[in-house]
Design a protein around this ligand. Structure first.
Ligand code: SF4
Length: 302
């Protein structure tokens, strides 16, 4: 029994097969790091810009895609891929560079989807026009790092834009025929369960097609790590995470695809919670918790 609308289910339904992701680093930067919006970056962001496993792809997309394919070749013989520009803000920078990289990636015969991670405040007219062009070739996904709907938390994490900017980004992207995925973080300091559930409900009603639910990781070399070490907040236990995650799933409408239930932080940088480094145990615990508590997506929306 499917307890939630998973990415695998969506892919089989839409493409008739499972697609594997190839994470690419196009060498973009981020306005929240270079001083345009902010200079320290989001409080939880390591220097890798959330792209710890990404293949460097600035000069030669084909080689990067081939290298990425090698990583999953055994699992995906003859299969197709999602070219995922993961690191930093991939719609920030010279439009010619975006055009070159995105066209190369989407034109690769083994690529079925182009997926682009970015910020909602980096979707100007030129970018939207490019996305519309690309959309004519193959499906285009855009991933938006919202994390929370609460201004108090958004200020704490130094997100650098307000909620209406996200709303407008989703509206523009949907109008352009782009598939939208929204990232949210569970476990931000000071957020109560109700605040977390409000964010899940909001994303569920926003028009976003998919959601990535992510546990707050405390990573080395971040300002979040300083606050954690100063005892300003505690990381979630596995039991707390399972309860909050389940609460979010039950508050999401059945038609929003859940692309992720936790996250893959770089283990070598992980400070807390350490249990999240044992992926197998986390996945087994999730399955057990969902079964024991009869967690079903949309249950609380009925
Ligand atoms: S917007 Fe993304 S890349 Fe930029 S600082 Fe925040 S998490 Fe890091």
């Amino acid at each position: 029994m499917e307890r939630y609308y998973s990415l695998n289910a969506y892919l089989r339904e839409t493409f008739g097969e499972k697609l594997y992701k190839i994470a690419l680093d196009g060498g973009f930067s981020c306005p929240n790091r270079d001083g345009s919006v902010g200079s320290g970056g989001c409080i939880f962001c390591s220097g890798a810009g959330s792209g710890d496993f990404a293949q460097r792809a600035e000069e030669d997309i084909s080689s990067a895609i081939e290298a990425g394919k090698q990583r999953v070749a055994a699992k995906n013989p003859g299969g197709r891929y999602i070219a995922y520009f993961q690191s930093f803000t991939n719609t920030y920078g010279p439009i010619e560079k975006m055009r070159r990289l995105f066209y190369q990636a989407i034109s690769h015969p083994d690529v079925a989807v182009l997926s682009i991670a970015t910020r909602p405040d980096c979707l100007g007219d030129e970018v939207m026009a490019l996305l519309r062009e690309l959309r004519q070739i193959k499906p285009v996904w855009v991933e938006l790092g919202l994390q929370t709907i609460h201004e108090v938390s958004a200020r704490y994490i130094r997100r650098g834009y307000e909620l209406p900017v996200y709303d407008e980004a989703v509206r523009k992207l949907k109008e352009a025929g782009i598939y939208v995925i929204t990232h949210m973080i569970i476990g931000l300091p000071g957020e109560t369960p109700e605040m977390i559930y409000d964010t899940a409900r909001y994303i569920g009603a926003s028009g976003s097609d998919g959601i990535k639910l992510q546990l707050l990781h405390v990573l080395e070399n971040t300002d979040l790590a300083k606050d954690y070490r100063a005892g300003k907040f505690q990381a979630l236990s596995l039991e707390e995470y399972l309860r909050l995650l389940s609460g979010c799933i039950e508050r999401l409408p059945e038609n929003i695809c859940i692309h992720r239930l936790t996250g893959d932080g770089a283990k070598r940088e992980l400070i807390a919670p350490l249990w999240s480094g044992d992926k197998k145990r986390v996945l087994n615990s999730m399955k057990k918790y969902f079964d024991e508590n009869d967690v079903i997506q949309g249950k609380a929306c009925r």
